[in-house]
Structure formats: C-alpha cells, structure tokens
Design a protein around this ligand. Structure first.
Ligand code: FES
Length: 141
C-alpha cells in the first residue's frame, strides 16, 4: 500500500483551511498563478500601522496549494511587513511538517501570493515594492 505522502498538518489545513475568503476593504490583494499546473491563488491582507492584522485567501488549486495558503495566512497575522517578507516557502512547508518534493512549488505559489499582496499594498501607499514583487516568470520551476 502506498504511503500517505502528506503530513497530518497538511491534511488538516487542506480539509479545514483557515482564513478562506475575501477582505472587502483589503490593504493589498495579490493574485498569482502557476502556468504549468494552472493553479491560482488570490491573497488579501489588511495592514494597520505596518502590522498585518488580517489575511485571507482563495485558492483554486491542489491540496498542497490550499494547505500552504492556509498556513501562510496564519503565519503572517500579527507580523510586521518586514517579518512577513522574511517568511520563505520553505518555512511554510516546514510549519506544515514538510511537503513532498514535487509539491514544493505549491508553497512557492503561497509565498508569491503573499509578496504580490504586499507589493500591491506598497504601491497603494506610494512605496517601492520592486525588491520583492514576484516576477512574471518566477513560478518555481
Ligand atoms: Fe500547482 Fe500545487 S500542483 S500549486
């Protein structure tokens, strides 16, 4: 019998994703997609005094994409923007108890969705986001 490739935490966040939905008055919205698998993530953040006070997401994608979106929204809440930018896709995968190697790109999508939402926020407040804005072709392959 094949071994279950996903950790319990991945399964938990896939079956019971946290922070699904939209923030109507979001400070920043980021949408990213992976052209290879076709999965799309949309992330909403609410920022007050440089702190991310809320984060929500909608992911049309695989189970690992849903789990990593769920986890990253949990991880960023209460963090400063600088702290949120320091969250790598590896940190998200680790927080989930690991991901199979072929599913690491799903965590990259989550990292990029967050960065794209932060870049959107920076643009709105007139700050330069070029240092962390996801590149068009950076889809983790
Ligand atoms: Fe594409 Fe998971 S298979 S994000």
């Amino acid at each position: 019998m094949a071994e279950q490739p996903y950790s319990e935490k991945v399964m938990d966040h896939f079956l019971h994703p946290r922070n699904v939905g939209e923030i109507p008055d979001a400070s920043g919205i980021g949408t990213v997609g992976n052209p290879v698998c076709g999965d799309v993530m949309k992330m909403y953040i609410k920022v007050e005094n440089d702190i991310i006070v809320d984060a929500k997401f909608k992911t049309f994608g695989c189970g690992a994409a849903i789990s990593t979106s769920s986890m990253i929204t949990e991880m960023v809440k209460g963090k400063t923007i600088a702290m949120a930018l320091a969250i790598s896709n590896k940190a998200v995968a680790e927080a989930l108890g690991g991901l199979p190697a072929i599913k690491l790109h799903c965590s990259i999508l989550a990292e990029q969705a967050l960065r794209s939402a932060l870049a959107d926020y920076y643009k709105k407040i007139g700050k330069d986001s070029s240092a962390f804005e996801p590149k068009e072709d950076a889809h983790g392959h």
